[in-house]
Write a protein that binds this ligand. Structure first.
Ligand code: ATP
Length: 440
């Protein structure tokens, strides 16, 4: 039976509460003085305290109750305390609620209200304890690990990061998949930062941002004169990453010739700079990322299957932000940098929005809201999201680079690019027009 402790020097009040709560299945222990209360607390597991504010005849100001409350709060921070007060003590009660009292009830009380207040206080306590437990579990799983500033609360991200940390110390090639802006680079950072290579180089190269004729020179280096414009010897990213890790983002964009060379380095560690016959050997851990379906690219003959198996020894699939809603508010708070709070409507809107641009889009939305909002609280209007702006998305929700990249990866096929961005074909055309990008 759940035990409640009533601290009140008025015996009839204690008895009335015992009867009332017994009917609800609670056992009420009565303390007529602070001393008795401490004894009962030491001897029993108390779930909740109902505390009066005065314990000696003639005392009305509630000072005794205030002192006792602060002592109880300190000794038993996890037990919810509901205060029983006279109307004249409301000001003090407000102070105590701010200091951590769960609630208060004015005497003479209404039975139903009192029961509801106690039930709510117990429920709240249970939720808080569950949250604390989850938080502790999360911290103990990740204790001593470098999470590279990633913020998350969803179970999906917890699992993914656990797997990431498990894989980090091995040399296995890892392929990180997930939509644009979902945080693939962050996962790559965690892999390197928790590997034995953490003190060595971590080199990053975005294949989506490179013209295909420069890719090989970037990856493997080039001797002076190896191609027009190569005026001096250039060290490639594989050489630079020797002993450390190399992160190849948008690996699906690597040319077929580049793929053949990449396969060879992965198999033997060997390669030559462009324009050189000297074979070099490196020890590099490869982390790749893609937001496209590489198996479909294999089907189209654009990506080598043998390379796919090499880079994809283990796959970490990062879910879209909309699939891990528990991360949205913690991330939003991170991006608002505690400068402004969110109204509850704004919080709801953030959680119900579909986030086609994922975390990057959330970051942009928060930055814009910080600039636009005129009060200390960000309203749902300040977010500029479609549900608010007459059903239309703000046109700059997807940045130009992401748009161009999606179009490039889709080989200029607008419907395919739109699908990848999670928007309609018409919506993509409107954004292309907005940025002045000509239709392919
Ligand atoms: N869990 C997170 N905590 C904090 N910041 C995050 C998190 N996830 C993503 N971000 C931030 O969101 C932005 C986009 O993330 P990132 O560049 O890692 O995405 P991506 O999946 O690699 O994108 P792309 O496919 O476009 O290369 C970055 O500014 C990153 O710092």
């Amino acid at each position: 039976m759940l035990k409640l402790l009533v601290i009140d020097d008025n015996q009839p009040i204690c008895q009335a509460l015992q009867t009332l709560f017994a009917l609800q299945g609670y056992q009420v222990l009565c303390a007529g003085s602070p001393e008795q209360a401490w004894q009962l607390l030491a001897a029993h597991q108390i779930e909740l305290i109902l505390q009066d504010m005065n314990f000696s005849a003639g005392q009305m100001q509630g000072e005794q109750g205030k002192t006792l409350f602060y002592q109880l709060r300190q000794q038993y921070p996890d037990i919810p305390i509901v205060l029983m007060t006279a109307w004249t003590q409301l000001e003090m009660v407000v102070e105590l609620v701010k200091a951590g009292a769960t609630d208060y009830i004015a005497k003479p009380w209404d039975d139903q209200r009192l029961l509801l207040t106690v039930a709510n206080a117990l429920k709240l306590q249970q939720l808080t304890l569950q949250q604390q437990k989850a938080e502790q579990a999360r911290h103990s799983n990740f204790a001593g690990k470098d999470l590279c500033g990633l913020v998350f609360a969803s179970s999906q991200m917890q699992q993914l990061l656990q797997m990431t940390l498990q894989l980090a110390p091995s040399n296995a090639a890892v392929l990180i998949t997930g939509p644009n802006g979902a945080g693939k680079e962050g996962i790559a950072n965690v892999l390197h930062a928790n590997s034995n290579r953490r003190d060595k180089a971590f080199i990053k190269l975005n294949m989506g941002a490179l013209p295909s004729d420069l890719m090989e020179a970037e990856l493997f280096g080039a001797e002076a004169g190896a191609y027009s414009g190569a005026t001096k010897t250039r060290i490639g990213r594989f050489e630079a990453a020797d002993g450390g890790s190399l992160f190849l983002d948008e690996i699906g964009n690597l040319s077929l010739a580049g793929q053949a060379k990449l396969l060879r380095v992965l198999q033997t560690g060997e390669f030559e700079r462009l324009g050189s016959s000297l074979t070099r050997k490196v020890d590099v851990r490869l982390i790749s990322a893609t937001n496209t379906d590489l198996t479909a690219a294999i089907g189209r003959g654009e990506f080598r299957q043998d390379l796919y198996y090499r880079i994809n020894v283990v796959q970490l699939a990062l879910p879209a932000l909309a699939e891990r809603k528990d991360d949205i508010l913690p991330l939003a708070r991170l991006f608002l940098a505690a400068k402004k709070a969110l109204s509850s409507e704004a919080e709801q809107l953030l959680q119900s929005y579909s986030w086609p641009g994922n975390v990057r889009e959330l970051q942009n939305v928060c930055q814009r809201a910080l600039l636009l909002s005129r009060s200390n609280e960000i309203s749902s209007q300040d977010l500029g999201l479609p549900d608010v702006v007459s059903g239309k998305r703000a046109l700059d929700d997807i940045d130009r680079a992401a748009l161009e990249q999606a179009l490039r990866q889709a080989g200029g096929v607008v419907s395919r690019a739109a699908k990848q961005l999670g928007i309609s074909r018409q919506a993509l055309y409107r954004r292309m027009e907005y940025y002045g990008i000509a239709a392919p």
